[in-house]
Ligand binder design. Sequence first.
Ligand SMILES: Cc1cc2nc3c(=O)[nH]c(=O)nc-3n(C[C@H](O)[C@H](O)[C@H](O)COP(=O)(O)OP(=O)(O)OC[C@H]3O[C@@H](n4cnc5c(N)ncnc54)[C@H](O)[C@@H]3O)c2cc1C
Length: 430
Amino acid sequence: MKKLKLVLVGNGMAGVRTLEELLKLTPDLYDITVFGAEPHPNYNRILLSPVLAGEQTFEEIVLNDLDWYAQHSIRLLLGRTAVKIDRHRRAVIADDGSEVEYDRLLLATGSTPFILPVPGHRLNGVIGYRDIADTRTMLDTAKTHRHAVIIGGGLLGLEAANGLKQRGMDVTVVHLGDWLLERQLDRTAGKLLQSALESRGIRFRLSAVTDELLNNGDGRVCAVRFKDGEVVSADLVVMAAGIRPNAALAESAGLPCNRGILVNDTMQTYDPRIYAVGECANHRGTTYGLVAPLFEQAKVCANHLAQFGIGLYKGSVTSTKLKVTGIDLFSAGDFMGAEGTETIILSDPLGGVYKKLVIKDNILVGACLYGDTADGGWYFRQVRERSDISQIRDYMMFGQSCFGDGAHRDPHSPASPPQVMHPNTAADCA
Ligand SMILES: Cc1cc2nc3c(=O)[nH]c(=O)nc-3n(C[C@H](O)[C@H](O)[C@H](O)COP(=O)(O)OP(=O)(O)OC[C@H]3O[C@@H](n4cnc5c(N)ncnc54)[C@H](O)[C@@H]3O)c2cc1C
C-alpha cells in the first residue's frame, strides 16, 4: 500500500519524540521528512548547560544520531528552514526553495529567546541562550574575553551564569525581580540560592532595569548601563529574559495562533491535517517551556497520527530543578500559597535547608524545597494526583521515608517517626 506522507518541521525535542512514539505504534504508516533549521541531528537541549559548564561534551548530548534517521528511512533535511506552508497544495516550502508535500504535517518549531529591545541589542556579543550555536559562542568568548553579563535570573540565566563562571569569566546576573527564580522559589529560598551562587563568585544586580548596551566603536558590546546610571563591563551579554513561541510560520498559513499555535486536546490545530507539539503550541491557554509536558503531548499526538484516535492531552502540572552542580532546589504547583491555603515550613538557614509545603482542603497544592530535595518527586506526585493527605499531613514534612515503601501504610504509625530535630530547625504551621 502507498504510504502516507508526514512532514515534521522542527528537528527538536518535542517533534522527534513524537516521531519516536509514532514509530513504536506504527513503523510503516508514513514516509517521513524532517526539516531542521539547525545543522545538527536531534540533541538534548537541556544538557547544553552541563556542556557549557564543562561537565559533558556536545557529542554526548546527541539523542538521535544520523544512523537513527537512516534506520527509520526518515529523510532529514538539516540546515533548512521551512518558510511557507501551502495548505491548499499541502506542501511545505523551505528557504532553499525545496518543497515537500504532506498528508499530515507536524509543527514543532519550539521557541526563540526574547531579546530585550534596548539600544545596543544588535551589537556583537549580545546573544540568547537556546542552541548549540549560542553555547559555542559562549565557550569561544570565554577563551578570549573576561566580563559576562546575564540578563535574567531565571533557570536559564543562572545556568548560563554558572557555566560561564566555570569557564573563568567574571559574571554578573541582572534581574528585574526582588529575588532569583521568583516564579520557581519563594523569597526565602531565592535568597538562599543567591548566597550559594555569590559564594561561587557570581555577582547579582537585583531590581535592576537595563537601559542600554554600550560599545566603544568596534561594533562589540563593552558594557551595560542601568536606569540608575550604574555601568557594568560586559564583553558578552546573554539575554535570558524569556522565550517566545515560534508561531510565525503557522500564522502566515492562516492557522489561529495566540502566544503559540492553538491546539485542541489531540494536539490538532485548526486544520485537521496539521498538528503542533512542544513550546510552539498553545494548549488551553498555556505554552510549556519544560520537556516533561512536551513529551506527554508527543505521546498523545503520536497516537492520533497513528490513527488510533484515542488519548487526550489535558494539560500538565510542572516541576522545576536547577542544573547547577551542588545546588539542590525543587518546586512544584502553587508554592507561594494563595488565600485559603495553609503553609508548613521547615527552615534551617545555617544548614542551608528550607522546605515549604502548601496545602489546601487537605490536598498538597505546592512544594518549594531548597538544600534537600530528596522528596521532591514524592511531593510532586502528591500535587499532581491531588491525593487526600489528611491522614499523613503531620509527618509529610519529614518525607516519604517516614512511610516506609509508600504513603499508604497506616498513616498513624509512621515507620520511623521524627523525634529529634536539628537545633536550628524550626518546623511550624502557619
Ligand atoms: C540551555 C537550556 C536548558 C534547559 N533546561 C531544561 C531543563 O532542565 N528542564 C526542562 O524541562 N527543560 C529545559 N529546557 C527547555 C527545553 O529544552 C525545551 O522545553 C525543549 O527543548 C522544547 O522542545 P521543542 O521541540 O518544543 O523545541 P526545540 O527543542 O527548540 O526544537 C525546535 C527546533 O525547531 C527548529 N525550527 C524552528 N523553526 C523552524 C523552521 N521554520 N524550519 C525548520 N526548523 C525550525 C529549531 O531550530 C529547533 O531545532 C532548557 C532549554 C535550554 C535552552
